[in-house]
Design a protein around this ligand. Structure first.
Ligand code: SAM
Length: 256
């Protein structure tokens, strides 16, 4: 090893094939946290505002690194003809496929839909049947998205910051996500502020420490109407809050 060189966990080094969605859901979503319900409300109001004057035909949505979280996809349901959940870890892909099957998603996601129902556009949708009708799951690597495929609305929750310790992989994750959005596409992205990494069951996963400044910098040049919410809720030891970025992909499409 070179003297003085700090070894950082890269995305490919983490035990993604061992990711346990059941444990992850129990830790994070089985009992809805105040901060998630707040994020859902902010995202609902933002998307609702974007489409207040009508919804373009045949909108396609994407949730990148969907993992074992359905609420970003639920927030896109009323606006989309199709929603794709992209995820790298095989156990999470299986979890998502089961949630999107005709049997319907688990009841634990209902409290998140209840918050979304504060907007009449969401109340017009029957979420469980619509979810299984329009949501599809695909195993994919965020870092391979090269701008060839683009969506009209997108979400990425706790992924670019929660998959590697390396600054270059965080920035690449952000540019790949931005490259996957069409001009004018509304998006929501969330980040664990100053995270030191996280534990799921027996396994440890890496994180890159972000704050409002780093998130803003990573989106510079890609976004119109950027809104950053610096939420001070701490949900476990080893981070300092949550950052939610809302905005629209600008018109200057730069490929990653
Ligand atoms: C902290 S979890 C977040 C999961 C979910 N989006 C949420 O809001 O709870 C990080 C997710 O990123 C996924 N991930 C890690 N590396 C990835 C990659 N290169 N491409 C796509 N997803 C990746 C993981 O499998 C995991 O589902």
């Amino acid at each position: 090893m070179e003297r003085g060189r700090v070894m950082m966990d890269r995305n490919a080094d983490a035990p993604w094939s061992k990711f346990d969605p059941a444990t992850y859901v129990d830790l994070n979503y089985r009992t809805p946290l105040e901060v998630d319900l707040l994020i859902v409300r902010l995202m609902r109001d933002y998307f609702g505002g974007c489409f207040a004057n009508g919804v373009p035909d045949a909108m396609r949505g994407v949730d990148v690194g969907a993992g074992a979280n359905l609420y970003p996809a639920l927030a896109m349901l009323p606006w989309c003809e199709k929603v794709l959940l992209l995820e790298y870890a095989r156990p999470n892909v299986e979890y998502l496929e089961k949630q999107a099957s005709p049997a319907g998603y688990d009841a634990l996601w209902d409290p998140f839909w209840e918050v979304l129902g504060g907007d009449p556009a969401y109340r017009r949708v029957e979420p469980r049947s619509r979810f299984s009708e329009i949501v599809r799951v695909e195993r994919a690597n965020l870092l391979d998205l090269d701008g060839q495929r683009r969506w009209d609305i997108g979400t990425m929750f706790f992924v670019a910051d929660s998959m590697s310790e390396c600054p270059d992989e965080f920035r690449r994750g952000m540019t790949c996500f931005m490259g996957a959005l069409n001009e004018g596409a509304p998006f929501a992205a969330a980040f664990m502020k100053e995270s030191l990494g996280y534990q799921v069951g027996d396994h440890r996963y890496p994180a890159y420490r972000v704050n409002e400044h780093r998130v803003r910098e990573s989106l510079e040049g890609y976004v119109d109407e950027l809104e950053i919410h610096d939420l001070h809720h701490v949900v476990r030891p080893g981070h300092e809050g949550i950052i939610l970025a809302l905005g629209r992909r600008n018109t200057a499409i730069a490929t990653p």
